[in-house]
Each structure stands twice: as structure tokens, then as C-alpha cells.
Design a protein around this ligand. Structure first.
Ligand code: HEC
Length: 109
């Protein structure tokens, strides 16, 4: 195994661990909600700290909350095309989506 492929495997393992935590169905069904800043933390890995992504993945910071909500609901019900957000969005309740949208809308761009 080369160093590069080992690194790729490590990164993949991290992403998968994160996804399985996100997709835990018991969490959304429990009716309890983590504080918005804690919920949003799981998004930072891809969307950058506080949603201020620098690469290919869209910036969330300062985006319109209504847009973020409708994007997440579209990902969740499959009506919005996605590579990964369709799987991530399934783990969130209406209330959590609203809290995430408000959190990112209030971040600085
Ligand atoms: C594993 C990486 C990853 C994680 C974690 C992640 N996203 Fe995404 N997000 C993406 C990618 C990639 C896209 C582009 C659409 C696609 O291909 O799925 C995207 C797109 C979006 C969009 C649409 C933005 C636009 O301008 O079109 C929103 C809103 C969004 N994500 C919100 C979130 C929220 C909220 C979280 C945390 C609950 C989150 N994402 C976690 C990778 C991620």
C-alpha cells in the first residue's frame, strides 16, 4: 500500500464514520434536538468552518435561510440532484433543518 492510498483509505474511513453518525435514524426520531452549533459542526468537515468553504463544495455562510431549507428538503426527498447531500439530509428532522438554515444564514460570508 502506498502512502497516498493509505491516506485515501483514512480519509474515506473518516467520512464514512461521520456519515453513519449523521444517518443514525434514532437521533432524528427521538424528538430531542442538539443545539444548532452542534448540529452545524457535522457540516464543517465539507463546507468549511462555519460554512466558509474554500474549495469545490458550496459555501453555506450567509446564504439565504429559505434557500438552505429548500435545498436540504429537496436533497432529503430526492427532488434535488446530489452526490452526497441526498444521503446526509435524510438524517435531519424539519426542526433541525430549520435550525441549520438559521445558523448558516447568520454566519459571515
Ligand atoms: C461529506 C461532505 C458533506 C457534508 C458532511 C455536508 N455536505 Fe452539504 N454539500 C456537499 C456537497 C458535495 C454538495 C453539492 C451537492 C452534492 O453533490 O451533494 C453540498 C451541497 C449543500 C447545499 C446546497 C448549497 C448550494 O449552494 O447549492 C446545502 C444547503 C448543504 N450542502 C447543506 C449542508 C448541511 C446543513 C450540512 C450539515 C448537516 C452539510 N451540507 C454537510 C457535501 C457535504
Amino acid at each position: 500500500m502506498t502512502v497516498k492510498s493509505r491516506l485515501t483509505t483514512t480519509v474515506l474511513a473518516l467520512v464514512l464514520t461521520m456519515l453513519s453518525a449523521l444517518l443514525d435514524p434514532g437521533h432524528a426520531a427521538s424528538g430531542e434536538m442538539a443545539p444548532p452549533a452542534v448540529l452545524a459542526n457535522t457540516c464543517f468537515a465539507c463546507h468549511g468552518p462555519d460554512g466558509q468553504a474554500k474549495g469545490e463544495i458550496p459555501v453555506l455562510a450567509g446564504k439565504d435561510g429559505a434557500f438552505i431549507q429548500s435545498a436540504l428538503k429537496g436533497f432529503r426527498d430526492g427532488s434535488r440532484p446530489a452526490t452526497i447531500m441526498n444521503r446526509i439530509a435524510k438524517g435531519y428532522s424539519e426542526a433541525e433543518i430549520a435550525a441549520l438554515a438559521e445558523y448558516f444564514e447568520q454566519r459571515k460570508k
